[in-house]
Design a binder for this molecule. Structure first.
Ligand SMILES: C[C@H](O)[C@H](O)CC(=O)C(=O)O
Ligand SMILES: [Mg+2]
Length: 394
């Protein structure tokens, strides 16, 4: 079979939820007094949007092959990501064969090393990488999970992230992850309120349902240790992203200090095999949580996951909807998945990247059959009702 080449790459921006899932309206649980690294400033404590968590918006990358097939992906990256794709990365993509994914990744990463390595550049590289996997799947008429070696189980099992683990239990999820609401700047009273929320939820969900705290990089080692000790009485399963992502030493210490049996998890703001190598070799956590749309895409996640497996660590990707589902179903060291509850009150299941994708599968009774993922590529379409904007052209 002669392999088509890539004729065009195009980058667009989009506003309103979707891949930039913090870009929500007023009254959404995800923006209601969540503990953040900015919460030490009282004026930025009530809303994450107040410090600009949603400034980037969504980046849409489209790759069109010489036979007319189009692959695409969405990630967080907006206009800055669009600039990087159109003005810098396009040269490595256009003219390449659709199977040249590994070489394109290596060229994108090495050409941006002097200003990249992590953050928005890696989000952007991830977006291109996911679009390339989508394209290859569509050209081969195979789902991405099949390109990755095929499912290792019949279905995915999900825990839910949101303000209502009690409702998540009724909806069939295996656990509920609460966003921690009060950080160190809110003192002992804040710590008490955090524990009260956990205690209330434990009361409602019973002993066996998993409950976790997501601390979104907002604590220090002392506070995180005290929170973990106090939460232990209420069966906290894991403490997530307790410290800033660069504090590998703090994570290694925290893992030694949490009560026996409690897991330490992190990694959604980490990128590449080198970043995760630090977390794994320094013994920072029990579960790594790469976001497929931010860590370097599927091409890099394959390497990160192999490294984690060799360190006996689980890989439970952060959010990332279909991009993580197609990966998780193919890996034994990824036994369950996250589902971010994007309904403003976390009281019903809506597609995670709503409203940007069509045909985006959702868990039913906290589960998703592998067969639901059996469409070419990632199996989703861009919603034509969403207003695409192309800020740069090349
Ligand atoms: C709930 C967290 O603060 C954040 O918005 C999402 C996240 O970190 C996660 O899903 O994990
Ligand atoms: Mg998290």
């Amino acid at each position: 079979m002669s392999m088509p080449t890539i004729k065009h790459v195009r980058a667009f921006t989009l506003r309103g939820g979707g891949a930039d899932y913090h870009d929500q309206g007023d009254g959404h649980w995800i923006d209601d007094h969540i503990s953040t690294p900015m919460a030490k400033y009282p004026e930025y404590r009530q809303s994450r949007r107040s410090f600009g968590i949603n400034v980037l918006g969504t980046l849409v990358v489209e790759v069109e092959a010489s036979d007319g097939t189009v692959g695409f992906a969405v990630t967080t990256g907006g206009e800055l990501g669009a600039f990087i794709v159109e003005k810098h990365l396009a040269r490595f993509i256009e003219g390449a064969k659709v199977t040249d994914i590994e070489r394109i990744w290596d060229q994108m990463f090495n050409a941006t090393l002097y200003y990249g390595r992590k953050g928005i550049v890696l989000n952007t590289i991830s977006g291109v990488d996911l679009a390339l996997w989508d394209l290859l799947g569509k050209i081969r008429q195979e789902p991405v999970h099949q390109l990755l070696g095929g499912p290792v189980r019949d279905e995915l099992q999900f825990y839910a992230t949101g303000a209502r683990p009690d409702l998540a239990k009724e909806m069939g999820f295996i656990g509920g992850k609460l966003a921690l609401q009060h950080g160190p700047a809110e003192g002992e009273e804040g710590l008490r309120k955090n524990i009260e929320t956990l205690a209330t939820m434990r009361e409602r969900v019973g002993d066996d349902f998993w409950l976790m705290f997501d601390c979104w990089m907002s604590l220090d080692l002392n506070y995180a240790t005290r929170l973990a000790n106090a939460a232990s009485e209420f069966g906290l399963k894991w403490i997530e992203e307790a410290l800033p992502p660069d504090d590998y030493w703090g994570y290694a210490a925290l893992r030694q200090q949490v009560p026996s049996g409690m897991l330490v998890t992190t990694g959604e703001h980490e990128a590449t095999r080198w970043g995760f190598r630090m977390l794994l070799e320094m013994g920072c956590c029990d579960i790594i949580q790469p976001d497929v749309g931010w860590c370097g895409g599927i091409t890099e996640l394959i390497k990160i996951s192999a490294l984690a497996d060799a360190h006996n660590a689980l890989v439970v990707p952060h959010g990332s909807s279909v991009y993580s589902y197609h990966f998780v179903i193919t890996r034994t060291n990824s036994p369950f998945s996250e589902f971010l509850m994007m309904a403003p009150k976390a009281d019903k299941v809506v597609p995670m990247f709503n409203p940007q994708l069509l045909d985006e599968p959702i868990p039913v009774n906290g589960r998703m059959k592998a067969s639901v993922l059996d469409k070419p590529g990632f199996g989703v379409r861009l919603n034509p009702e969403c207003q695409l904007h192309r800020p740069y052209d090349h």
